[in-house]
Each structure stands twice: as C-alpha cells, then as structure tokens.
Design a protein around this ligand. Structure first.
Ligand SMILES: CC(C)(COP(=O)(O)OP(=O)(O)OC[C@H]1O[C@@H](n2cnc3c(N)ncnc32)[C@H](O)[C@@H]1OP(=O)(O)O)[C@@H](O)C(=O)NCCC(=O)NCCS
Length: 265
C-alpha cells in the first residue's frame, strides 16, 4: 500500500534486498546525526563527490546541522535503514531529502545518496518515491536538482521521474521535475508484500544499446537547452518583427520565418 505519510508512521514499509537482508524506510528525524555520519562513512570518494560536488573527507559540524534540521514541511527527509529480524535498526543505507527553495514555496531542491554497497538495488528509487509522496502532501509541486554529467545513476533516476534536463553554464545538469508527472509505476514503493528485489543490473552481451548510450537519453539535455534558447530567441524575433512592421506600416507581421521555427521548437 502506498504510504508517504510524514512523520506519524515512522516504519511504514519493509523491503528485502537481493542478499536477503531487510530494510525499512522511515522519516528522518533531527536526532539522526549518527545515521548521517555512518552513511557518509560508508560512501566511496566517488559517491561523496557526486553527492557534494567536491572531494569531501568528512561531514563538518555545519553539514550535520544543516542535514539534521528536518521539519517535515520545508525540509523533508527519509532514511533507508537495514534492520534485523526483530526490526532493530542496524545500519543506514541512504537518505533522500528535499528542501524548499523559499519557505512555504512550491519548489524544493532534491538531494539523495545511497551507500555504494547497495547502489543499483532499488533503494534509491524507493526512497525517492516516498519523498515524492510526502512532498506532494506538503504542497510541493516541483523538484529542482543539479547532477554532475558523469552521474549515470542519478541521471537514470531523473529520467525515470520524467525530469527535464538543462545544461548549466558550469557543465552540470540542472533538472526540473513536475511531481504530478513523477510517480510512474517505474518507481516502486516498498511494502511488506513486495517480493525481493532483483540483483543489480549487469551489462549483458547483447546487440541492444545500453540505456545510457540511447540517443534519447544523452541528447535530451541538448534538446532541452536548444528548445529553451530557441524560445527566447523567437520571442526577441517576434518583438523585433512587431517593431519593424509598425515602423514600415506593414499590414500584419513581416514575412519572417518565426512561425516555422516556433513549430520546430
Ligand atoms: C544516484 C543514487 C542516489 C541512486 O540510488 P540507487 O540506490 O543506486 O538507485 P536504484 O538502485 O533505485 O537505481 C535507480 C536506477 O538507476 C540505475 N543505476 C543506478 N546506479 C547506476 C549507475 N552507476 N550507472 C547506471 N545506472 C545506474 C539503476 O539501474 C536503476 O535504473 P533501472 O530501474 O532502469 O534499472 C546513488 O547511485 C548514489 O547515491 N550515488 C552517489 C551520490 C549521488 O549521485 N547523489 C545524487 C546527487 S543529487
């Protein structure tokens, strides 16, 4: 059953990993500092860089303060935790959080991480689906997030929730995700009834392209940037066109090619 409630049902779901161990996803609390530290410790240097965009040896006291200040409204976070047979929490597997860009605003910045040991096993998708449901309940309409170009895992997740990508000036990708479009069947919400997750995908000797070589995937950021730049250019062209037709006393718009280009955009 879907349940994105926050924070009144702390352990709403359990799921099995391919290795047979079980994890739960619950709302993160301000006293989860130890879990934050242990999660960070379990990250490879690469995962730390993909998450924080810099080489990072440790979480600073300021980081801890910022990451633990969840309130369930402007800053919503979920944590995945491996548990034992009796439901006792053993180790953190990942966090997903969103923070409104302005208090009470409808857009929030998304960030997430799962420990290297379980990446590709579905934990990130499950965290994200819980977060999306909770964010929507709090009146958040969109997620905004930045991703390094080489971050195939996050780019894949962004694609699964139908985010639109733009290249930023610094060469990173900026994503915009309308949450109303974001919860496809593709993102499973873990529940006790869910069968164990499959093992992480391995490259197969196949004639099919791997998804990340699919032109639709790697062309998309360029297409989006091209579309938005073209839209800006066309609005300038239209304004100039109007000015010129007024100046020439031309009856109606000048015969430029704006219509054709607009249709292409
Ligand atoms: C990005 C991240 C959070 C994804 O979490 P995850 O637990 O691996 O997510 P999932 O297992 O649910 O996988 C989601 C999809 O990404 C794919 N994927 C995961 N890692 C991948 C990788 N390294 N390369 C290609 N695809 C990958 C999975 O196959 C899956 O796609 P599928 O359902 O079509 O098979 C995790 O890889 C991570 O923490 N990375 C380092 C930190 C980071 O990049 N944070 C994001 C910054 S906002």
């Amino acid at each position: 059953m879907l349940d994105g409630s926050y924070p009144d049902r702390p352990h709403a779901s359990t799921t099995q990993l391919a290795d047979g161990s079980t994890y739960v996803i619950r709302a993160s609390r301000p006293d989860d500092r130890d879990l934050l530290l242990r999660c960070f410790e379990a990250l490879s240097p690469r995962s730390r860089r993909l998450r924080f965009f810099i080489e990072k040896a440790a979480l600073t006291p300021e980081d801890l303060e910022r990451l633990s200040q969840v309130d369930g409204k402007d800053h919503i976070a979920f944590v995945a935790i491996r548990v034992d047979d009796r439901g006792r929490e053993l180790e953190p597997l990942g966090f997903a959080r969103c923070q409104r860009l302005t208090p009470g605003g409808r857009v929030a910045e998304l960030s997430m991480v799962t420990v290297d040991r379980v990446q590709g096993m579905g934990v990130g998708s499950s965290l994200l689906s819980r977060l999306i449901l909770a964010a929507q309940r709090q009146g958040i309409d969109r997620f905004w997030f930045e991703v390094l170009m080489e971050n195939n895992g996050m780019r894949r997740l962004a694609q699964k929730i139908h985010s639109k990508a733009h290249w930023a000036d610094d060469g990173t990708l900026e994503y915009d995700c309308l949450l109303a479009d974001a919860l496809p069947e593709a993102l499973p919400v873990p529940s006790a009834d869910t069968p164990p997750l499959a093992a992480p995908p391995r490259p197969e000797p196949s004639r099919d392209w791997p998804w990340y070589l699919d032109p639709i995937f790697w062309m998309e950021p360029w297409t989006e940037t091209w579309r938005s730049d073209l839209a800006t250019y066309l609005s300038l062209l239209e304004a100039a066109n109007e000015d010129a037709s007024h100046w020439l006393e031309w009856p109606g718009p000048l015969p430029l090619y704006g219509q054709v280009w607009r249709a292409a955009a």
